[in-house]
Design a protein around this ligand. Structure first.
Ligand code: FDA
Length: 501
């Protein structure tokens, strides 16, 4: 409530925030978590908490009157449809030349993501974050993150005949027949539960076209892992539908005043609140944290933040593309929405690519193989504060995704040539091959060791910390949440040991 003074306030409940909440509460420090999205635990009129991808409703998108699907076209027309504009679980935030998909709610991106839990190659981690002791990361913090997140692996013998992974077997066969290596990728979706879905002995989630708008069953999102453990300490309180708008040094008594707006699910303002916190942890995600800090610096609330705040943003080299398989290679009418395989061509010096073999679960046979390629794109965007609109904006130029397209094109041109197949040009627009104007993996904007010290402390403002994907300089070479979690584990351990005892 307004006027409260709290020891630790965490902005955002995604990976960085959830790790922070658990480790602080375990150290005996009460945590106040502020999350702009909903707590997704109450069923709607259909008895389900989340809607699926085929019938999106007001629970799908964050305040949009029309869906904004990543693959928003099919066979010559847009598939986006009208929906009620509510506090849905998936945000599609539009900047010039780049829209960024993000989770909204208790659990952040873990609610909407595909659950792929990938530990990056140690050599690449060392390259992107040279100031971090990689040996310690790989012996201690990556294993800790994987264990806490509940990562598991698919039973490969089940996989090799499960109807729901026909699409993945086609993706594997066509890649390997074209000279590329594929590998199984661990996941936080419970594969034993999925076996029951396939056998029709449990309600379907991954097998019922559920993923980007949440999974009703099966997925170990953060509310079931880190945040549940933090809540079990009795020291965690979460305010949902509260958006932090300002952080500034408190006038008296030290610490920081934090201003926030409480909304209802329809977007109406319920209350404006101000609390004081001894310590504030920015865990609003790469976009959320960068936007807040850039505007606090420009508007004079935190004027001494380093100039590196807002810089070093990247899309993890994301680009999507789809192929049309041969008629004898159906990808299946039943597709698990949870991916299990990646094409690993990262070692290619001409252009590293790690491509997720993604599902395209439409319920009908499409012969489509869809891929989310992660590439090594050197371009970096910058967040700045636009005085005229009063908003933080991202500078990302339209040509900056081209290196990602070039790298992915080498792989998929080769597969098409060897298989005698072609690209689908109807999924990302009318005659548009590459899904290059959006991303799932925003990273950077408040880079470790540049905008912060080597553990996320904001220089000049004791008690302010950054602890989310904004610390990672634009790329991690694989799907990012394991890296974000492990880095948060490392940083919070140091912060608790040195700043809180
Ligand atoms: P994250 O975005 O998780 O959390 C930030 C939280 O802060 C959000 O809940 C937000 O609502 C809240 N917030 C923001 N601003 C706020 C404010 N001002 N006040 C209060 N709250 C605020 N990764 C991966 O490794 N494997 C995968 O398979 C996938 N798949 C995937 C699919 C899709 C559709 C998406 C959108 C993303 C993925 N990802 C993924 C990416 C992954 O989900 C992402 O990298 C992490 O969630 C980022 O974690 P953070 O802790 O940085 O922020």
């Amino acid at each position: 409530a307004t006027g409260d003074r709290v020891p630790a306030l965490v902005i955002g409940s995604g990976y960085g925030g959830a790790v922070t909440a658990l480790r602080l509460t375990q150290a005996g420090i009460p945590v106040t978590m502020v999350e702009m999205g909903q707590n997704w635990n109450a069923p709607g009129s259909d008895g389900k908490v989340f809607c699926n991808m085929i019938k999106p409703d007001g629970r799908s998108f964050w305040f949009r009157s029309k869906t904004d699907m990543p693959t928003d076209y099919f066979s010559g027309g847009s598939i986006d449809k009208a929906i009620p504009s509510d506090a849905g679980v998936l945000a599609s935030e539009h900047f010039a030349n780049m829209r960024v998909y993000q989770g909204r709610g208790v659990g952040g991106g873990s609610l909407v993501n595909g659950g792929m839990a990938v530990t990056p190659q140690q050599s690449y981690f060392q390259e992107i974050l040279p100031s971090v002791d990689a040996g310690q990361m790989y012996s201690t913090y990556f294993p800790r993150a994987n264990q806490m997140l509940g990562v598991n692996s698919v039973d490969q013998s089940w996989w090799s005949s499960a109807a729901c992974y026909q699409f993945a077997r086609v993706g594997k066969k066509t890649a390997e027949a074209s000279g590329y290596k594929t590998e199984f990728i661990p996941n936080v979706y419970d594969f034993n539960y999925m076996k029951q879905e396939q056998a029709n002995t449990a309600p379907r989630s991954a097998l019922a076209q559920e993923v980007i708008f949440g999974n009703n069953y099966g997925k170990k999102s953060l509310d079931k892992t880190y945040l549940a453990a933090a809540a079990a300490t009795g020291k965690l309180s979460i305010s949902t539908l509260h958006t932090v708008t300002k952080v500034a040094p408190a006038a008296t008594g030290g610490g920081y005043t934090v201003q926030m707006t409480q909304n209802d699910v329809n977007g109406n303002v319920v209350a404006q609140k101000t609390v004081t916190a001894d310590r504030v942890f920015f865990a609003a995600g790469s976009v959320g944290t960068s936007k807040l800090l850039v505007s606090m610096k420009a508007q004079g609330a935190l004027p001494n933040l380093p100039s590196a705040v807002g810089a070093g943003w990247g899309n993890n080299g994301n680009v999507m593309v789809a192929r049309a398989n041969q008629g004898w290679d159906p990808t299946g009418t039943l597709q698990s929405a949870i991916p299990t395989l990646g094409i690993n061509n990262w070692a290619d010096p001409n252009g590293p690519v790690f491509a997720e073999i993604a599902p395209f679960p439409s319920g009908i046979e499409t012969w489509v193989s869809l891929y989310l390629a992660i590439t090594k794109n050197p371009n970096r965007g910058t967040f700045t504060f636009d005085q005229s609109s009063g908003a933080s904006v991202l500078n990302w130029q339209s040509g900056w995704t081209q290196p990602s397209i070039d790298a992915a094109k080498r792989v998929f041109d080769t597969i098409n040539k060897k298989q005698g197949t072609i690209y689908r040009t109807d999924l990302f627009g009318v005659y548009k091959t590459w899904g290059d104007d959006f991303c799932y993996h925003p990273l950077g904007g408040c880079v470790l060791g540049q905008a912060t010290d080597n553990y996320g402390r904001l220089p000049g403002y004791p008690g302010l910390y950054v602890i989310d994907g904004s610390l990672i300089p634009g790329s991690t070479g694989v799907n990012p949440f394991v890296t974000i979690t492990a880095l948060a584990e490392r940083n919070i351990e140091n912060i608790i040991a040195n700043d809180l005892h």
